[in-house]
Write a protein that binds this ligand. Sequence first.
Ligand SMILES: [Zn+2]
Ligand SMILES: [Zn+2]
Length: 140
Amino acid sequence: MSETWEGGCLCGDVRYRARGAPKWVAWCHCESCRRHSGAAAAAFAAFDEPDLETTRGAITRFASSPGMQRGFCARCGSTLTCQGGQRPGEVHLHVGSLDHPERLPPPTAQFFPEERLPWFPKDCVAPRAKPADAGSPGAG
Ligand SMILES: [Zn+2]
Ligand SMILES: [Zn+2]
């Protein structure tokens, strides 16, 4: 009944499994996420820490600031996780590390929008579903 989300790094040394529905999916435009991922912005899916298990290898972690742990594969460098900081108890998966990120709902929030690159689409989030919109998927 519970959803599972499998994922891992590019070389396959690290594999993980997350359980349940993501708490949220969001973009982060902060410079730290940009540097760690090498991408113009990072997209994350959030889970509670106990709902993530490493099923192969180990996630190597780098403290980008006190209490902020950024996880990656020590062999191929793929960015995998971000945790700590202002959302203790959650682990944020880089959506590109999931086997099937297309199953995720689209991002509904942007963190650090003030650091968003000027050419990055401002409308990169789905409008929040309103009760009145229920039953009309795709409208608007
Ligand atoms: Zn790897
Ligand atoms: Zn960030």
